[in-house]
Design a protein. Structure first.
Length: 97
């Protein structure tokens, strides 16, 4: 699902809201999550999951086309871990301990 589909679905479920207002709400939420991750914070949405930032060390990689070795700088990447409730809804038959 892309952001425009999310906005459309939320607007359809809430006919008392204008679509542009729903779009502003979704954009604000995503902007706040992005801002928190940029500050190194963790964002947890109960029942959905948690967003965090993981640091990746510098390494030597390979150019897949030429096979040439390439230096890859250290970087921070966003990471998402699903919440327990989300996993249970996606895997209803699973017997996880």
């Amino acid at each position: 699902m892309i952001k425009s589909e999310l906005v459309s679905r939320i607007a359809a479920q809430n006919p008392h809201l204008y679509q542009r207002d729903v779009e502003n709400i979704v954009n604000t939420i995503l902007d706040k999550i992005t801002e928190a991750l940029a500050n190194g914070d963790r964002v947890e949405l109960r029942g959905f999951g948690a967003f965090s930032v993981k640091a990746r060390d510098a390494r030597i990689g390979r150019n897949p086309r030429t096979g040439e070795k390439v230096a890859v700088d250290k970087k921070s990447v966003p990471f998402f871990k699903t919440g327990k409730e989300m996993r249970e809804r996606l895997n209803p038959d699973s017997d996880q301990a």
